[in-house]
Design a protein around this ligand. Structure first.
Ligand code: APR
Length: 251
């Protein structure tokens, strides 16, 4: 599969004819909305912060205030941004196709763009629960600046335990419902669009293989080559906000 810097007609035709479109998105999908990815050189979160000190159950048990403050910073960042043309294009597809989004992202930009079938494999920055009894927490959270000073997580109304972000940390299992919905959506689609993911984190990175084995066309959108590129039918060296509106216009 050759890398393309413009969209070959084959890809436009596949999207045009598809009744069921599944989109697998990663942090690169939200990069043009101003949100940092995880692994991009210099700007990636894991280039600037220690994942082991922020995104593991051990880190939380060691210092919940430090972890909570960091997630309040990210919560604030997402609330201060907006979906871009790529998110809007994917939402627009719902007018003429059955579209399912399987995202690794914990932001809510797909939903804010108007997409209605979004499965969050790695949880959400906008869901909170008790770290002790898992009771859902629905009160407002304080993500106001400054974010440097550590702040205490709120307490659970049911057991008094600390409230944690509803994201999946390294070493934790993915929630089964979005995972199963994701597998189903990849297994039953007419085309899989893989956008803005480095394809390094499993089990999400294994989803394109399902489509590949079933002969379902896969279109990758990523300015850089990834381990997924050679398995994809078409790999577009383009950005999400550029390629997705062009693909959307083919319908
Ligand atoms: N458009 C499309 N792709 C982009 C863009 C863009 N504008 N900008 C960057 N990318 C690509 C990068 O080239 C990279 O391949 O997006 C990818 C982002 O990769 P990661 O930062 O590794 O993000 P992701 O694949 O979503 O990470 C998977 O790892 O840290 C965990 O739980 C976290 O969900 C995350 C998971």
């Amino acid at each position: 599969m050759a890398a393309c810097s413009s969209i070959p007609d084959f890809a436009l035709q596949v999207v045009k004819k598809a009744d069921r479109i599944t989109v697998l998105s990663g942090a690169g999908m939200s990069a043009e909305s101003g949100l940092p990815t995880f692994r991009d050189a210099q700007t990636g979160l894991w280039e600037r912060f220690d994942a082991a000190a922020l995104a593991t159950p051990e880190a939380w048990n060691r210092d919940p205030e430090f972890v909570w403050s960091w997630y309040m910073w990210r919560h604030h960042l997402v609330r201060a941004t907006a979906p871009h043309a790529g998110h809007l294009a994917v939402a627009q597809w719902e007018h003429s196709a059955d579209v399912t989004i399987v995202t690794q992202n914990v932001d809510d930009l797909h939903e804010r763009a108007g997409s209605s079938h979004v499965h969050h494999l790695h949880g959400s920055l906008f869901h909170f629960r008790c770290a002790q009894c898992s009771f859902a927490y629905s009160d407002e959270v304080d993500d106001s600046e400054p974010h440097e000073s550590p702040r205490r997580p709120p307490r659970c109304q049911r057991c008094g335990g600390l409230i944690r972000p509803g994201v999946v940390w390294f070493g934790e299992m993915l929630p089964s419902e979005p995972w199963e919905a994701g597998v189903q959506a990849v297994d039953s689609c007419d085309v899989l669009v893989v956008v803005g993911t480095s394809g390094l984190v499993y089990p999400a990175a294994g989803l394109p293989q399902i489509a590949h084995e079933k002969g379902i066309p896969t279109i990758e959108i990523n300015p850089d080559e990834t381990p997924l590129s050679r398995e994809c039918t078409v790999s577009l060296r383009m950005s999400a906000a550029t390629a997705l509106p062009i693909l959307a216009r083919s319908r």
